[in-house]
Write a protein that binds this ligand. Sequence first.
Ligand code: ACO
Length: 402
Amino acid sequence: VVDIGTLYKHTGMFTYDPGFTSTASCESKITYIDGDEGVLLHRGYPIEQLAQKGDFLEVCYLLLYGELPTAAQKKDFDYRVTHHTMVHEQMSKFFSGYRRDAHPMAVMVGTVGALSAFYHDSTDITDPHQRMVASLRMIAKMPTIAAMAYKYHIGQPFVYPKNDLDYASNFLRMCFAVPCEEYKVNPVLARAMDRIFILHADHEQNASTSTVRLAGSSGANPFACIAAGIACLWGPAHGGANEAALNMLMEIGSVDRIPEYIARAKDKNDPFRLMGFGHRVYKNYDPRAKIMQQTMYEVLEATGHSDDPLMQVALELERIALSDEYFKEKKLYPNVDFYSGITLRALGFPTTMFTVLFALARTVGWIAQWNEMIEDPQQRIGRPRQLYTGAPKRDYVAVSKR
Ligand code: ACO
């Protein structure tokens, strides 16, 4: 029974919009996307300029405060983030409760959710100071937690933050340094890592950001909200696509098998989709994918993998798909995940860490959007309606009579 009449009587208007393809859930000043033109702006600044000329912490400041920092503001912000990079020592014991073969994203959901148990002095969301401390803590601790998840996954001891390094270098060191061995961060790779973080920093009301806002709309603390965002990001249709895209490229394996997979992607009876292709908003080339492709070239060259056969498969797959009528008609172009897998693998990360890196970078977007929501005078608890299609009213029947 679809009781639209009653709903209409009470609300004046009722829309049914599965997947929210045409429903704005909020007002926001943070990120603008023109999906038809392939444009992405943060606070008005094109992603291309931020990725080429800025650094990740500068973009974090921009997303949180609305303006690019002055030199003094940047220095102060970098210092405040650095100040929060350590996690409570008891968290290392918390890690050892996970099974060794747990997926690092499962570990991230659990560990970030537990932050509110460690940092309850920044969970009063009515206090702007506590909100900012929680925001800085999230941005600062995510690399540490992500690196711990990785080290735990591979059975190596945790490496503590070294705070005279920049954000990306510090993260790479926490992931790849081992005790008793010299580790020097390659500046080309650190710059590439930083740019990858910038490319993933925010993307307006995608599924995980909407999840963070919805969770936060009830007044839940920021750590719990970010954990909800991480859980949502994990899905293969969202952040899990970078892992799925690389797995797909490995499965295809060689250029001569591409037509077989293109045919499968077009076959309505086959659930297979080209991973790293298509986007809800971009009906043109995802601007992040172009920068990611360039970053891929730089990383492959710096790591001596310029002849990576998977890169050849990816480039040829893109060329064939973009000249295919099916993909043209449906406006399916590579998204940010298409080239990120090859790049992250060349940086030394296993596929299981790819979505973790996405979560690390997206944390600033989630927390900026969460702050914006809390400060919005229009903010109300998110409570979607439904079209009820179940049984009409009926009487209970005793179990002996059913
Ligand atoms: N391969 C083949 N066909 C596709 C693909 C694809 N990757 N993506 C969409 N299509 C087709 C669909 O089958 C559908 O066809 P139909 O109209 O004949 O039914 C049509 O294009 C529209 O697809 P929808 O799923 O309705 O589009 P939606 O906007 O809901 O989904 C999504 C977007 C989830 C990104 C989709 O394109 C997809 O699954 N892509 C692969 C996964 C992926 O790369 N995700 C990463 C997204 S970016 C990010 O999260 C950072």
